[in-house]
Design a protein around this ligand. Structure first.
Ligand code: SF4
Length: 369
């Protein structure tokens, strides 16, 4: 186990110097406006910052401050988030904005405790916002910072376990120059993103190579020590596109399910021994009490979320009892909309790709809808 006292405070100064010369021009770094930092941090959870930028710009253009976001309809917030994934983040950010508007007069809390009291804000987000927006000395350890520090210390404990975390936080405190938490925290995260990467780290051009114990011990590729990954689960699903008098049936997902509040086409998991067609007919009846017949395979889409690898088989279906009213069992709302109106609704990524496929391939039954 590495001794934190071995790490020199000079490493902090070197990191900051490097950050000032090499940092990316991310839009929320222009002013470190607390609301913008909060939005960026929610968006950046489990997503690379380069990918966040376009979403961030659109989001703050539409919702320029806490009040405008707090007043927004959830559906509009989810729509702007579409494609970024992990929609629970959008809902938590929305809830946090409402709490700030209600209790804080629209001002993002400027203490660690105040930030932690917001709905959906955990220790990492609170520390990241506190340090960037208010320059508060709070270690903000994302996966990039964890990797850099674990290598600097040659840490032989998993960074997610209490002992490992304690060592990393102590190291951050030791190397943070007085009044420089904002720069130091970001320097660690930025170095992890650009130089000290998971694979192929560029140790030769690293500003803290002289302080790096893993480099000396030849253990760079072994740090951080991984936690055992949960096994990947493969799921085979089916979904159906039903048109009635040129309008497409869509339904809104329940609040207590995955992707709450997003729109979808009916469908579900193909059970053992079922064909795609049998599963689809069963799912339609169970979910909306409509009897349908799958008539044409549209496409097969593969995507991942958390530890699931999903194969989504999409079909066009026809009604066996035309005009029968749907009865909702697995959704909170239904609509029959024109294909062009689907662009305004937020879908999970698999269903959004299905809509894009239909728009791109433009089958006659879709175009003539
Ligand atoms: S020397 Fe290499 S392993 Fe060590 S911090 Fe720098 S990039 Fe990471």
């Amino acid at each position: 186990m590495s001794d934190v006292a071995d790490i020199s405070p000079e490493a902090g100064a070197a990191l900051i110097q490097w950050f000032q010369a090499h940092r990316r021009n991310l839009p929320w770094r222009e002013r470190y406006d607390p609301y913008q930092v909060l939005v960026a941090e929610f968006m950046g959870q489990q997503t690379q910052m380069d990918r966040v930028v376009a979403y961030f710009r659109r989001f703050v253009e539409r919702f320029p401050d806490v009040e405008s976001l707090a007043r927004a309809h959830e559906e509009d917030v989810l729509k702007l988030w579409e494609g970024l994934g992990y929609y629970a983040r959008a809902r938590r950010l929305h809830a946090a904005a409402k709490a700030i508007a209600d209790q804080g007069g629209g001002r993002v809390p400027d203490t660690l405790e105040g930030l932690l009291a917001l709905p959906g804000v955990g220790p990492y987000t609170a520390a990241a916002v506190a340090s960037q927006a208010f320059n508060i000395a709070a270690p903000a350890l994302d996966a990039n910072a964890e990797r850099v520090l674990a290598r600097l210390l040659d840490l032989d404990a998993p960074v997610k376990r209490a002992a490992g975390r304690k060592a990393l936080e102590a190291a951050v405190r030791r190397i943070t120059p007085e009044g420089a938490a904002r720069e130091l925290n970001q320097a660690l995260m930025e170095l992890g993103a650009l130089v000290c990467r998971s694979f192929n780290s560029e140790c030769g051009s690293c500003p803290v190579r002289d302080h790096c114990k893993s480099l000396k011990a030849h253990t760079v590729d072994m740090r951080p020590i991984p936690l055992k990954k949960p096994a990947t689960i493969r799921i085979n699903m089916v979904t159906g596109v039903l048109l009635r008098r040129g309008r497409v049936y869509v339904q809104k997902r329940r609040e207590d399910d995955v992707w709450p509040g997003l729109w979808e086409f009916p469908g579900g998991v193909i059970e053992a021994g079922e064909t795609e067609e049998q599963a689809l007919s069963r799912e339609f009846f169970e979910e909306v009490e409509l009897r349908v017949r799958p008539v044409e395979k549209i496409t097969k889409i593969q995507y991942s979320y958390t530890r699931y690898r999903v194969t989504l088989n999409a079909w066009r279906v026809e009604e066996l009892d035309p005009g029968r009213e749907p009865v909702l069992h697995e959704a909170t709302q239904l609509r029959f909309v024109s294909p062009s109106e689907l662009a305004a609704l937020a879908f999970p990524s698999g269903h959004r790709r299905l809509v894009d496929t239909l728009d791109r391939t433009a089958p006659a039954w879709w175009c003539g809808a």
